[in-house]
Ligand binder design. Structure first.
Ligand SMILES: [Zn+2]
Length: 263
């Protein structure tokens, strides 16, 4: 691999206690298979070769209170733990416009946002009149992204695109119309930050889709696409699985349980 080798960090900023039956279409086979299966919320930092790219911007404490999630820290505080100042970040990939991925965008005043055409179309189009599709969007976040676009701060992609040497975005869809994932060259090979292409390891490993979905077919196809893009299943990072913090090491003892190093 001749591309630069980047560092990637997953930074946990929130938590939501829930049951396994809430995380799969059709729930679980029976009560014996149900039990606690909490969601963690992450933002990701890619760093190296003189660049610093944030993947998603998380949500605020106010949003957490409104949606009854446990807010542990502002994602920008999590970034600061790694020496990254949100105010000076120049590039952010927004995997999709759901509230837990694009809230706080106003805390990144210098950033250009990488977004799929289809995601903006979806979030501003006909389907948002239906709560089943709009429920995980906050209209103020979407309006904020429209304003950012008018300010010349959104870089749109249509499908697969390189955004730096060794870093690319890939349209997956499924969960939303325009969900994209990020593929990164690292010292251990190609790692894919899957975001909500697979919330948990179990969704992709067992082909059991998460219930918030635009297209079930695209979501299930997406599991295969993730495997094509990554060097191995261990190179795919799900978007909300607490296991990420167990399977990958903390960069320091002080950051255990908060940050995992993925490269
Ligand atoms: Zn999410």
């Amino acid at each position: 691999m001749s591309a630069p080798q980047y560092e990637i960090y997953a930074i946990k900023y929130a938590h939501h206690a829930r049951r396994a039956s809430e995380n799969f279409i059709g729930g679980v086979p029976d009560d014996a298979h149900d039990g606690p299966m909490p969601l963690d919320y992450f933002v990701w930092l890619i760093r190296g070769a003189g660049c610093e790219i944030v993947v998603d911007t998380g949500f605020s404490a106010a949003t957490a209170a409104r949606r009854q999630r446990d807010h542990l820290r502002c994602p920008t505080e999590g970034l600061r733990l790694l020496g990254c100042d949100a105010k000076t970040v120049k590039e952010a990939v927004i995997t999709h416009l759901h509230y837990d991925h694009v809230g706080n965008f106003d805390l990144f005043p210098a950033a250009t946002y990488h977004l799929q055409d289809l995601e903006m179309n979806y979030a501003t189009g006909r389907h948002m009149g239906k709560p089943v599709f709009s429920g995980a969007y906050d209209v103020e976040d979407v309006v904020g992204m429209v304003r950012s676009n008018y300010a010349g701060r959104v870089r749109f992609h249509s499908g697969d695109a390189a955004i730096a040497d060794g870093i690319s975005v890939h349209l997956i869809g499924g969960h939303t119309m325009g969900l994209q994932v990020v593929r990164v060259a690292t010292r251990r090979g190609w790692v894919v930050v899957a975001s909500d292409a697979s919330h948990f390891y179990a969704n992709m490993e067992q082909a059991r889709p998460f219930p918030i979905v635009y297209s079930v077919a695209a979501m299930v196809e997406g599991y295969g696409r993730l495997r094509e893009l990554a060097d191995s299943p261990a190179h795919i990072i799900p978007g909300h699985d607490p296991l990420v913090l167990e399977r990958y090491p903390a960069p320091s003892e002080a950051l255990r349980g908060i940050v995992a190093r993925l490269d």
